[in-house]
Design a protein. Structure first.
Length: 103
């Protein structure tokens, strides 16, 4: 079961991808605009986007690594305690079945 912070990180990564794509579209749309201030702003924005892409890739890597570690830990636990894992799964199934049947 993913932790709340993992879900938040996944959402953040998805939101950042959208922001980066929107910023890139804005840069393309203003490509023909002239002027020193516009050029300087475009250069700053390109630098910020480059930095955001790097940070996004790092954050995505951390989320993937944590998910893999959680899967490995679960797998190790199930292998070390097969009957306990079966009992927990059966109990969870029973509780879910009771909850669903009441509705």
């Amino acid at each position: 079961m993913p932790e709340y912070s993992d879900v938040t990180k996944d959402k953040l990564v998805a939101d950042m991808k959208i922001v980066i794509a929107d910023a890139e579209d804005l840069l393309k749309a203003t490509a023909n605009a002239a002027g020193d201030k516009v050029s300087a702003a475009r250069a700053r924005m390109e630098d910020s986007l480059r930095s955001a892409r790097i940070k996004l890739a790092e954050a995505q890597e951390v989320v993937v690594d944590k998910a893999k570690a959680a899967a490995r830990a679960t797998d190790d636990y199930v292998h070390a305690n097969p009957w306990r894992a079966v009992s927990i799964a059966a109990g969870a199934g029973l509780v879910l079945g009771l909850l669903i049947s009441r509705r």
